[in-house]
Ligand binder design. Structure first.
Ligand code: L34
Length: 298
């Protein structure tokens, strides 16, 4: 038996079409075009490719994007000055500072400088707090994408045993909180594993839904997966080049062994990645609606 593939690209495309219609309606009814400012510091190849994809998605959905590319040796002061300028720019509804930032720049200080009403990543402490309380204005993009993938794959979340591998502020912690909430599309029993977990496989084998954001290539193998489980692979690791000279990507799950055991599984690429960008687009539309005082989902 081989697991059913969860096609993140196709699901992302379907959601993007809904967002495109929302953007079009906002333009017609209110004369406002949602605008996203992206800030890229340095030239990390993965970051360059993700930010490029984000700006391209804006164009495809009828949104404006303003790309700011800064040298890796920029001072924190100058970066903070740019953020201040974007906070005050009325054509900018969302601000995204691509992470990680170069050494010497304090990420938390930069994130806290973003106006929470424009924090489309949902990383500002105010937005993290709202997420914890169960009523986020900007659900963080990768966790929101994961939740949407699970729901659209037809896997029930209510009452399920969810195991998250990884406890980062970007993925592990927020996705655990989201799936724990007393809400539709959540209500799971959530376990969070990490580098100090004593017996990782003991936990992962109990999972109906296994979410892997370990940050380590192929950390989870088929023998660690419960037969029939839904497996969400959040990892995007660049591990050399294919024969045709393209970057070779692998996830945090060893796909070849996992696909034989899982019930449903996301591929890398084409799984969570496209969903992250889609949820950023949704949050940018929400930011524009917030700016206009409109209901966020509309
Ligand atoms: N501020 N920094 C901020 N916000 C984020 O939401 C991110 N993240 C993570 C890194 N830093 C961030 C992203 O955007 C990771 N991430 C991200 C976005 C898109 C993709 C992967 C990670 C993606 O589209 N992945 C494609 C393959 C792309 C490729 O060829 O490299 C995929 O199909 O998985």
């Amino acid at each position: 038996m081989s697991a059913q593939l969860i096609d993140g690209k196709a699901i992302a495309q379907a959601i993007r079409e809904e967002i495109r219609l929302g953007v079009e309606r906002l333009r017609q009814e209110h004369g406002v075009v949602p605008g996203l400012a992206t800030v890229l510091v340095g030239d990390n190849p993965a970051s360059v490719s993700y930010v490029t994809a984000k700006n391209k998605a804006c164009a495809e959905l009828g949104m404006a994007s303003f790309q700011h590319t800064l040298p890796a040796d920029i001072t924190e002061e100058k970066l903070l000055a740019l953020i201040d300028q974007l906070n005050r720019d009325a054509s900018v509804h969302g601000i995204l500072v691509q992470l990680p930032l170069p050494k010497g720049i304090c990420e938390s200080r930069v994130i806290e400088a973003i106006d929470p009403r424009k924090d489309v990543d949902g990383f500002h402490p105010v937005n993290v707090g709202r997420l914890m309380l169960g009523d986020p204005v900007f659900p963080p993009c990768t966790p929101a994408g994961i939740q949407a993938l699970i729901i659209r794959s037809g896997t029930p979340i209510e009452g399920a045993e969810v195991v998250v591998v990884g406890r980062s502020n970007i993925v592990g912690k927020p996705v655990a909180v989201m799936l724990l909430q007393k809400q539709r599309g959540a209500n799971a029993t959530v376990t969070v594993c990490h580098t100090q977990t004593r017996d990782l496989a003991f936990h992962t084998r109990r999972a109906d839904i296994l979410i892997v954001a370990a940050g380590r290539p192929q950390a989870i193998t088929g023998d660690m997966i419960r037969p029939g489980a839904t497996v969400i692979d959040v990892g995007v690791n660049r591990v050399g080049y294919t024969e045709s000279g393209k970057v070779k990507l692998v996830g945090d799950v060893d796909f070849d062994s996992a696909v034989k055991v899982a019930g449903k599984i996301t591929p890398v690429p084409g799984g969570v990645g496209p969903m992250t960008i889609t949820m950023l687009m949704r949050n940018t539309l929400r930011a524009a609606r917030l700016h206009l005082g409109l209901p966020l989902d509309g």
